[in-house]
Design a protein around this ligand. Structure first.
Ligand code: SAM
Ligand code: SF4
Length: 316
């Protein structure tokens, strides 16, 4: 279905939980967020019902995210349910990689088509610090496990953080030389915890091209500009929500773990879907899609329009 600005909306991101076993400094406060009780979180059946309604309105791709989607019990069952709707063309999942090594095979068998694994540093000490306690080794094992389970086109999401990982840009790009990985550098967004961060932390993705001058532009993939080191097996992507506004081509809507439809990541507008069924549910989703804001205004005042939620609640 199209929104009021003529954009085709065919991509739904679902946050299946706001809980996470990491506490990434730019995403969640150290003490975590006030935990919602299980009753406040959509059940797997409710998620599947909303997803099916959205698919009947033209959603073709679903990404499961969170919080950490792999801490949600029954995630495999949800994947199987979603994938049993043959009008859904693609099911993907974004994970921090901590539990993926043990779940990669079952996720593949449950119908997940592709994975994004988040990884902001290749140095153990830094990894422990940015995630507040995570293990780099587990994530590296997960990348191997995903490959062994038959996942292709796995993307590594790396948030660029000035003064933290900009010196590792060549190392990350170097991962693509021998392996068919897509490393995507993402500009840090001033949302949730990162709203309070100093300007120096927010790097323009252009920095990647300055630090790895061999990169050659080869095209685009959704919101990412694609580059490649000549002869490399993998690719490098730049995602620039701040420096290159891509709202004009945005095809996404989001569903929060507590059942709110969020037409834009950077807007506080939310439409409650919980408890709605049949035509009522469809018409609420239609309304959300139609009224998706034209664009975000992060550039104007340096702060995201989403002030009531942290990133783990919305689903990155
Ligand atoms: N826990 C999973 C993970 O980390 O991949 C999924 C949820 S996480 C919120 C999804 C993505 O959002 C991660 O790649 C994370 O790095 C990114 N993210 C979180 N806060 C961000 C911010 N302020 N700016 C840019 N990306 C952010
Ligand atoms: Fe958890 Fe992902 Fe947020 Fe890190 S970025 S705290 S792994 S939800």
């Amino acid at each position: 279905m199209k929104d009021q600005f003529g954009r085709t909306i065919n991509y739904l991101r679902i946050s299946v939980t706001d809980r996470c076993n990491f506490r990434c400094r730019y995403c969640m406060p150290e003490q975590g967020v006030t935990k919602r009780s299980h009753n406040d979180i959509l059940t797997l059946e409710e998620i599947a019902e909303i997803a099916d309604a959205a698919v009947s309105l033209g959603i073709m791709k679903i990404r499961l995210t969170g919080g950490e989607p792999l801490v949600r019990r029954g995630i495999e069952e949800l994947c199987r349910k979603l994938k049993s709707n043959h009008n859904l063309k693609e099911l993907t999942l974004t994970t921090n990689g901590s539990l993926l090594a043990e779940k990669a095979v079952i996720l593949k068998q449950s119908g997940v088509d592709r994975l994004n694994i988040s990884l902001d540093t290749l140095r153990e000490e830094r990894f422990r610090s940015i995630t507040r306690g995570g293990s780099l080794g587990n994530v590296l094992q997960s990348i191997d496990a995903a490959e062994a389970a038959g996942f292709e086109g796995t993307k590594i999401n790396t948030v660029l953080i000035g003064g933290f990982n900009d010196d590792e840009i060549p190392d990350f790009a170097g991962l693509t030389r021998d392996r068919a990985l897509n490393v995507r550098f993402i500009e840090l967004m001033p949302i949730g915890e990162a709203n309070k961060w100093p300007k120096s932390a927010f790097l323009n993705a252009e920095t990647v091209l300055e630090r790895v001058p061999e990169l050659k532009r080869i095209g685009t993939d959704g919101a990412a500009e694609l580059y490649q080191i000549p002869g490399a097996a993998g690719k490098v992507g730049l995602i620039r929500p701040l420096s290159h506004n891509f709202c004009g081509e945005c095809s996404r809507i989001r569903l929060t773990a507590d059942g709110m439809l969020k037409p834009c990541l950077h807007s506080d507008t939310e439409i409650p879907l919980r408890g709605l069924h049949g035509e009522e549910l469809l018409s609420a989703i239609r309304e959300g899609i139609y009224n998706k804001p034209a664009r975000h205004y992060i550039n104007r005042d340096g702060i995201s329009g989403t002030e009531n939620r942290t990133m783990n609640e919305i689903g990155g």
